[in-house]
Write a protein that binds this ligand. Structure first.
Ligand SMILES: C=CC1=C(C)c2cc3[nH]c(cc4nc(cc5[nH]c(cc1n2)c(C)c5CCC(=O)O)C(CCC(=O)O)=C4C)c(C)c3C=C
Ligand SMILES: [Fe+2]
Ligand SMILES: [Fe+2]
Length: 390
């Protein structure tokens, strides 16, 4: 009997979780991510929301400075979105992933069917308040907050969780919703295997003369060094994903050399390197004529893959004499990746909605009051899930 079955022991028919039973628990799966502008007209608001978020960047007089910086960057970023078709494809991919995931869960976990997914983006619509309102209106009792960032950072999943804490406190003051959390999954075997598929497919496209010697550059969004120093787990967790993917590639007979590099640094802060762009330039300058790039910290296409890796660094690679510059496809709607998402949720349900112990351990460096409050809420939810399991 899993936790849900136990909760249903008072129900007349404990054999089914169907929504037709008034005593049944209705699950909602909240897919959390940053979001992206749907059109060029949304770029300004997206950037304003991002630069207003103290979990990603702390500015003096945040609300004014955030707007000023957003206004300064909007022209450049709009131009980048124009070059990738006008907007971010993140909502399209999140919906494809969510619908594939719940279809599979309906098959593998009939006891908790039907499964519904909700999209909670941090900086654009559909946002967290909309998702929580929809879940309340749909009669959801238990929300699985499932981050779509596979590696944890306070600036990404941490920010989404802080927002979730504020939103549920406002929209669900009597705490009718129960919550559980899937907060990181960077080494899940099905995620690792999905990445290995994507890398292997690109390696196969290289010409015979360079196929086995071409460097694989795993590239992730960088972090400011002060965030790394604080003990944010992201850098180590990205390294963990890379190690597992390389291990899987070795198992498949792909023995190419590899490096982990960091992209997308913005502003005057010092950011973690080596930078992706400088690495491409350097390898070109010492005679490499081929590279396979792998976006390793995001599951869907976005500006960092379609613009930065493909267009911007593609040009850098050509200038540096790299004639075979390739990028592993993002996971997007790759069927083994949809299987990975559904399996991760299945394992969470089957195990009685556990909270990762990592989520409850503070960073060694200083934390915001909001993060401390959010962690207390998560700990209370974790305790009540554990209680139900007994
Ligand atoms: C795992 C991914 C990401 C981490 C970690 C991350 C940390 C982080 N980002 C900034 C500042 C900016 N990020 C911006 C855009 C952006 N960031 C990510 C991912 C991560 N960020 C993505 C996928 C995107 C692009 C969104 C899209 O729709 O494609 C931006 C805005 C763009 C710009 O102005 O150049 C900023 C700014 C910080 C400071 C940070 C860690 C503290
Ligand atoms: Fe970012
Ligand atoms: Fe960028």
């Amino acid at each position: 009997m899993n936790a849900l079955t136990l909760r249903l022991s008072a129900a007349k028919c404990a054999c089914s979780f169907s929504t037709s039973s008034s005593a049944s628990t209705k699950l909602g799966i909240l897919m959390m991510n940053m979001g992206g502008p749907r059109t060029q007209n949304d770029v300004g608001q997206f950037l304003t929301n991002l630069f207003s978020d103290r979990d990603i960047i702390k500015l003096p007089m945040q609300s004014i400075a955030g707007q000023v910086i957003a206004r300064r960057r909007v022209g450049k970023i709009k131009e980048q979105y124009m070059q990738i078709g006008g907007g971010s494809p993140i909502e399209k991919w999140t919906r494809a992933q969510g619908s594939g995931m719940v279809k599979q869960l309906d098959r593998t976990n009939p006891d908790t069917a039907p499964h519904s997914y909700y999209v909670g983006f941090r900086y654009t619509e559909p946002n967290t308040p909309q998702a929580v309102e929809d879940m309340i209106a749909d009669g959801v009792d238990h929300v699985i907050a499932f981050t779509q960032y596979q590696q944890f950072s306070g600036s990404t999943t941490g920010s989404n969780l802080n927002e979730l804490y504020r939103v549920q406190k406002r929209l669900d003051p009597e705490s009718k919703l129960q919550w559980s959390f899937i907060d990181r999954w960077g080494t899940h075997p099905k995620l690792v295997s999905s990445f290995a598929d994507r890398v292997e497919a690109q390696i196969a496209k290289l010409t015979d003369d360079v196929r086995h010697a071409t460097p694989i550059l795993f590239s992730a969004h960088s972090l400011p060094l002060n965030v790394v120093d604080r003990g944010d787990p992201y850098v180590a967790e990205v390294g963990g994903t890379v190690a597992y993917v390389v291990n899987e590639l070795r198992r498949r007979g792909v023995n190419n050399p590899y490096r982990l590099v960091w992209q997308s640094a913005v502003g005057p802060l010092r950011w973690l390197g080596p930078q992706t762009e400088a690495t491409i330039r350097h390898y070109g300058s010492i005679g490499y004529s081929s590279l396979v790039m792998v976006p390793i910290a995001f599951t869907s296409d976005h500006i960092e893959t379609l613009f930065e890796l493909d267009i911007e660094y593609g040009k850098v690679a050509r200038e540096a004499g790299i004639s075979q510059y390739m990028r592993a496809e993002a996971l997007n709607d790759h069927p083994p990746f949809i299987d990975a998402l559904a399996t991760i949720v299945k394992e969470h349900i089957d195990a009685g909605f556990p909270t990762s112990p990592q989520l409850l351990l503070p960073d060694p460096g200083s934390e915001s009051a909001q993060t401390i409050t959010t962690r207390k809420w998560i700990a209370a939810q974790a305790a009540s899930q554990a209680e139900r399991k007994k």
